[in-house]
Ligand binder design. Structure first.
Ligand code: FE2
Length: 428
């Protein structure tokens, strides 16, 4: 049990430290604005991730609130906790200021340290899964800090880089023609997907229970769809062809006048494809995986390419068999020495984790026998199980090691600001 205590505290320090290191890439001015209703200011993310530990660990243990207003200001969506500040107005909260939020983080860190040190072994059994949930939650917000900051910076005509230097750099020239991705065939049959909750560990409640699914024979692409496919789609007038789109997707295209994925544009003089990235705007190469697609765009591209999106079960059984734990643990971003360190998988590699979230054709719903976690924390996942699509894998903005083969990310199908792409699937 002492080992659990020590590991929890080490993991707590590591994850909280990563948030601070990531936010240090952004100035206090960068951390204030909210560029649209679905994004949040960096400062709010820093406060809200602290609020999570305070609300679900410190206050139930009898601690006094750090500030009487913070329960309202930094509640995201937990109706069982009480009132909250309207989401679209988070950017208007100029106070508390940057330093007061830093002090709030330090206050919460000190509280968690004290409780982990002094709680009984029996209390630790109840506390450990909540600390793990708080850390997984904080890692999810680390990714949102990047995607929200990218959206904010994209509105600046100076086209600033969130981080000019990445390690290693993205490929400087096309290494080869886009990978003619090998197809990974699966015979289908009765498979088990999902995962049950182990003691002292965390999987989100939406990943279980483990259960059986019947699959027809299928083949999943061995690589992600790349920029070359987008170029072909644009050349063929894909954004103007309703036969390629779901109705709700074509509605969005027409309503917003879309002619390319978010952050993407074609340069007038030479037709090069440019994208706004964490490195600022740059020319894309044909063999780079596509990101920042909506579900509708991913679905249309798959149809254009004569294939379809996989179901989440198809994705899971192949990823589980195909990706080693060591490979999965290396995927994603970390901050080292004041710079984002991206361990990008090799060009043309399978890219199940650490490149792009992959849209599936599965609606986000409960697995058979699903029960939300007890208490208000049960609002974490369960109440969103309508009107969204499941994404699998993890992206290059996901914290290192955050992905799992059973992990279920979810977003509404029109969402464009996340680092989401696609992997093709077809029936055998
Ligand atoms: Fe949250």
């Amino acid at each position: 049990v002492d080992e659990v205590r020590a590991h929890l505290w080490q993991d707590f320090l590591r994850v909280r430290g990563q948030t601070d290191a990531l936010c240090a890439l952004l100035s206090p001015e960068d951390q204030q604005p909210q560029s649209f209703a679905d994004a949040s200011p960096t400062k709010w993310h820093r406060a809200h991730t602290s609020w999570f530990f305070e609300t679900f660990l410190l206050l139930p243990a009898g601690d006094a609130p750090a500030h009487p207003a913070y329960q309202h200001l930094f509640n995201s969506y937990y109706d069982g906790v009480g009132s909250r500040h309207p989401r679209p107005q988070r950017g208007l909260l100029t106070r508390p200021g940057h330093d007061e939020v830093s002090a709030y983080r330090a206050h919460v860190d000190a509280g968690i340290e004290r409780h982990l040190r002094t709680c009984t072994d029996a209390q630790l059994t109840a506390l450990a899964p909540l600390v793990r949930l708080g850390l997984a939650h904080e890692e999810q917000h680390q990714e949102l800090i990047v995607t929200d900051a990218l959206h904010l910076l994209s509105h600046n005509p100076l086209r600033p880089a969130l981080q000019p230097l990445l390690q290693p750099e993205t490929p400087s020239a096309p290494a080869k023609a886009p990978a003619d991705a090998a197809w990974i065939e699966h015979p289908g049959g009765l498979v088990v997907v999902g995962r049950d909750l182990p003691a002292f560990d965390l999987v989100f409640d939406n990943e279980g229970p483990a259960h059986k699914v019947w699959l027809e024979p299928f083949a999943l692409a061995g690589a992600l769809v790349t920029v070359a496919a987008l170029r072909a789609f644009l050349d063929a007038g894909g954004y103007r062809d309703p036969s390629l789109w779901l109705a709700a997707g074509f509605d969005q295209v027409q309503r917003l006048g879309l002619s390319a994925p978010l952050y993407h544009r074609r340069r007038e003089d030479d037709g090069a494809l440019l994208a706004f990235t964490v490195q600022g705007e740059r020319v894309l190469h044909d063999d780079e995986p596509l990101v920042h697609l909506s579900f509708f765009e991913a679905d249309a591209l798959a149809r254009f390419l004569g294939a379809r999106l996989p179901t989440e079960a198809e994705w899971e059984v192949v990823a589980r068999a195909f990706v080693s734990d060591a490979e999965r643990a290396r995927a994603g971003v970390t901050v080292v020495g004041g710079a984002l360190s991206l361990l990008l998988p090799p060009v043309g590699g399978p890219g199940f984790f650490g490149v792009a979230w992959q849209w599936t054709q599965s609606s986000y719903g409960p697995y058979p026998g699903f029960a939300p976690a007890a208490g208000v924390v049960g609002e974490y996942n369960g109440k969103f199980m309508v009107g969204q699509q499941v994404l699998r894998g993890s992206s290059s903005y996901s914290p290192r090691g955050h992905g799992r083969s059973t992990y279920r990310n979810f977003w509404p199908p029109a969402t464009r600001f996340q680092a989401a792409g696609l992997r093709l699937c077809r029936q055998l």
